[in-house]
Design a protein around this ligand. Structure first.
Ligand SMILES: Cc1cc2nc3c(=O)[nH]c(=O)nc-3n(C[C@H](O)[C@H](O)[C@H](O)COP(=O)(O)O)c2cc1C
Length: 183
């Protein structure tokens, strides 16, 4: 599958088969995340692979009430929780470099989208799940050390059925030339 095809065909998958994901396939998608770019190659992203049904159930209980991915977090064979080491992205010699602060959300986002695209190419589904009102509870559940925080999680598994593409804005609505708002 070429890059454009993977980008276009990737969907948020919220229904999964219980079929296990072989370790070599899991490693392939993790490898795609590993090769994502990061601030000064600081590679702040960490991945916790959860297979334990009890822990998956607890993670599902930490998303907002009515989150459409709640069942997916319980049913998929794997949940990957993306975490970040703080004070790496956006820092130079330990000092914050820009007025945007810690860039961990950016670096984790890039890495996790690499993972999602590689999963798509491997016939697997993912969905970025970020609506977690109290992410400290995720941190505690997974025993994250001081200075590491959870950012998002995704189920990983074989999709059960098709997912429809929600529409996108037209390029004319989101692309400007020379100055913001200029077409
Ligand atoms: C940062 C982020 C957080 C998201 N959080 C959730 C979530 O909590 N639950 C959910 O079902 N989908 C979540 N999504 C998935 C979006 O709803 C989805 O990507 C969007 O509707 C476009 O659909 P598509 O991924 O199929 O193209 C999230 C996506 C992103 C990028």
């Amino acid at each position: 599958m070429d890059t454009f095809e993977a980008i276009h065909s990737r969907r948020s998958v919220r229904q999964y088969k219980t079929t296990p994901v072989p370790d070599d396939v899991l490693n392939k998608v993790l490898e795609a995340a590993r090769w994502a770019p990061s601030w000064a190659n600081t590679q702040c992203t960490r991945y916790v692979i959860v297979r334990d049904p009890v822990v998956k159930e607890k993670l599902a209980g930490l998303v907002n009430r009515g989150n459409p991915s709640t069942e997916a977090l319980k049913n998929a064979p794997i949940v990957i929780v993306a975490c970040a080491e703080l004070r790496k992205a956006g820092f130079y010699k330990g000092v914050v470099s820009t007025d945007r602060g810690d860039w961990f959300m950016f670096d984790v986002g890039i890495a996790m989208e690499n993972l999602a695209l590689a999963a798509q190419a491997a016939g697997l589904g993912t969905v970025h799940v970020g609506f977690i009102p109290d992410s400290k509870k995720v941190d505690e559940l997974l025993e994250l050390p001081e200075g590491v925080v959870s950012v998002e999680m995704t189920p990983l598994g074989y999709p059960a059925g098709e997912s429809k593409a929600p529409p996108r804005k037209e390029l004319s609505e989101i692309v400007f030339y020379e100055k913001y708002g200029k077409h």
